[in-house]
Write a protein that binds this ligand. Structure first.
Ligand code: F6R
Length: 641
């Protein structure tokens, strides 16, 4: 997601933290630009690793420039180079500034959408990480009041809400105005605001998205991530939900939502820069697995309306066109393909549409039969995988409607499609997909419910009940992640097994395939996934005493049949590990080891049930001493056929 940095020093110079470890020193590195500008540019460079598509900064307090000075650049991973060049024109003598790396969610990656955003007067500058759920209704209201918007972002409403609170006298100062603005918004955010009329002040706030602050000497600073300001300090203050911070040179005041002053929580960090980038986790994969509850929650955010219905604003296919769809094809590769397989069950069950699922590299060479009443759904984390891209392009050529699920806004596939539904997992650095996979399943599930809504195949009451169930998924994923140590113990028991068989039925089948793929990728061991009912048609010949079989045995409507298949391998001497719902002793009785998960409505269950299998692969790879972030022979984005 986006990166935030801000610093105020007043007229004083910035000094590095004397306790900084070598390599973490801050201001010394910012050789081309000193002071506030140097800190902002260096901090933004340190946020680059998270992935970004544009960058910008704003300065206030320059004696000769007046007002607020802003520079922005949107040139993909070269945005920061461009920003550094533009910063050469920055006026001297800023007293405070804010900087931002953007990873697009609302609005394409373009300079007009890069942060900071400003109000109508251009004197208030604001940066934001997160999603403002009700931005459309707020923007409509502000436009009716005469505000002028320049971007396609959800963020810009915040700048205008702050302006409006100040102009109408509803707020007495910048902090008060931010409080008033936040009273109007729904969603997840962290933000920082400067105002040309209060040039020493930065106001910051958060709800859900993290924000850290520090104070040293005559400076006060903030960032969304530790690496951005490591080297300025190791002692941070943590802003909690709905608190407002006022940062002034050498001073920090934090107030609660009701205006009461409070003592902020503290955090001391001993990490070096590399550890800080991983947020204290040993690897990016571990960090990203733990970001899964957030990835799912963000993907659902603002798509479920308060009345329980669904609104997918990136889907530019009318309900009438959706009702005319008579067949769906899903095309994808790897983990994205497995997410697509899970969606087949959901779309067929809820929307009563026939779904075919194709490996993208096979799709266009098999002469598929498509026409304008076919909906082709391309699923891709990167949006750049050439096999899926070509499949999507072929589908369009043949006249089908094309909808793309992508984690990267404005990716090649998104540009090729009639409609896009973005997952909001944030950039994924680990090569093996984890959080993007869960976000894809969440996006496909809401798409399935959307199709059902458009086609009136689900009653509003049933749809509402399902949406409530989906809202509980992030919490259940978090519980599954908390059991990492238990999974590690199970992985330890089977560390010497040379091969693994994964079994599942119905939605458990793609979960089994994904578990096998993760294990292959990370541990370089033979791992095959099968539909459990297919075993006796061949694969059961592989089973001998001691073969480790991992089964997804949570309660689907055909759980009994799954357990029948488990009995088949057990009676041939297999060692059985089962993923089972909490308290399900009946399932546990058939297992040598159990990977427990919170029980979940079966069509949403893949998002929860796959978590212990990700953890299993992760721990087994670590036990073998492998690099889980960069498995051999694999690339994060595959741009060759
Ligand atoms: C597995 C993995 C790959 C990708 C596949 C498709 O962990 O990451 O199998 O899922 O290469 O990539 P995207 O989703 O970018 O099209």
């Amino acid at each position: 997601m986006c990166g935030i940095i801000g610093i105020t020093t007043g007229a004083a110079a910035v000094r590095a933290d004397p306790g900084a470890a070598s390599g973490d020193t801050f201001v010394d590195d910012a050789s081309e630009h000193d002071g506030i500008l140097g800190v902002l540019l260096e901090g933004l460079a340190r946020l680059e690793y998270r992935g970004y598509d544009s960058a910008g900064l704003a300065l206030v307090g320059m004696p000769d420039a007046g007002g607020l000075w802003r520079a922005r650049a949107a040139n993909g991973t070269r945005s920061l180079d461009d920003l550094v060049k533009r910063a050469a024109d920055a006026p001297e003598g800023a007293t405070a500034g804010i900087g931002h790396t953007r990873w697009a969610t609302h609005g394409r990656p373009a300079e007009v959408n890069a942060h900071p955003h400003v109000d109508c007067s251009g004197r208030i500058g604001l940066i934001h990480n997160g999603i403002i759920e009700n931005h459309v209704e707020l923007a409509d209201e502000l436009i009716a009041d005469g505000h002028h918007f320049e971007s396609e972002t959800d963020t810009e409403v915040l700048a205008h809400l702050v302006e409006s609170a100040l102009d109408t006298g509803r707020a007495l100062g910048l902090a008060d105005a931010v409080r008033s603005a936040l009273g109007r918004v729904r969603g997840a955010f962290s933000l920082a605001v400067v105002h040309a009329d209060e040039p020493d002040l930065i106001v910051a706030a958060r709800r859900v998205s993290p924000l850290l602050m520090g104070v040293t000497g005559s400076a006060a600073f903030l960032a969304s991530d530790v690496p951005a300001i490591l080297g300025l300090t190791r002692d941070f203050f943590v802003l909690e939900d709905d608190q407002i911070a006022e940062l002034r040179p050498g001073r920090l005041t934090v107030t609660a939502a009701d205006g009461r002053q409070i003592e902020p929580a503290r955090l001391h960090v001993d990490w070096d820069l590399e550890a800080a980038r991983k947020d204290g986790y040993d690897e990016y994969m571990s960090k990203e697995m733990h970001e899964q509850p957030r990835a799912v929650a963000d993907t659902l955010l603002d798509r479920v309306l308060p009345d329980g219905t669904l609104a997918l604003d990136e889907v530019h296919i009318t309900n009438e066109e959706l009702r005319a769809v008579n067949k769906v094809f899903i095309v994808a590769c790897g983990s994205s393909y497995h997410a697509g397989m899970m969606a087949k069950y959901a779309i067929e069950h809820w929307a009563r549409l026939p779904v075919e699922i194709d490996i993208a590299s096979e799709f266009r060479y098999r002469d598929p039969v498509l026409d304008p009443s076919t909906l082709v759904i391309g699923v891709s984390q990167s949006g750049e995988t050439v096999d899926t891209f070509q499949a999507v392009r072929e589908a369009r050529r043949l006249g089908a409607k094309v909808l793309v699920i992508s984690n990267v806004v404005d990716s090649s596939m998104a540009r090729e499609a009639d409609a896009v539904l973005y997952t909001r997992a944030g950039p994924e650095i680990g090569v093996a997909s984890t959080k993007t996979h869960l976000a894809q399943i969440a996006a496909l599930d809401i798409l399935a419910l959307y199709l059902a809504q458009a086609r009136q195949t689900l009653s509003p009451a049933d749809a509402r009940a399902l949406l409530r169930g989906m809202g509980e998924v992030p919490g259940k994923v978090a519980v599954a992640l908390e059991r990492s140590t238990d999974v590690e113990a199970v992985a330890g028991r089977y560390r010497d097994s040379p091969s693994f068989i994964f079994l599942g039925r119905q939605v458990g089948y793609p979960v089994a395939l994904e578990g096998a793929l993760k294990l292959k990728e990370l541990s370089y061991l033979r791992a095959e996934g099968f539909p459990a009912g297919e075993l006796k048609h061949g694969p059961i010949a592989l089973v001998e005493p001691g073969t480790v079989v991992i089964g997804v045995a949570t309660r689907t409507p055909i759980w009994e049949k799954m357990m029948g298949n488990v009995a088949e391998v057990k009676s041939r001497g297999a060692t059985v590990v089962l993923v089972a719902g909490d308290g399900d002793e009946e399932t546990a009785r058939h297992a040598d080891s159990v990977l427990w998960v919170p029980p979940t409505e079966h069509l949403f269950a893949p998002m929860v049930d796959v978590v212990p299998l990700q953890l299993f692969a992760y721990h087994l790879a670590r036990l073998h001493g492998y690099d889980v972030d960069r498995p051999r022979n694999l690339a994060k984005v595959v741009t060759v056929e």
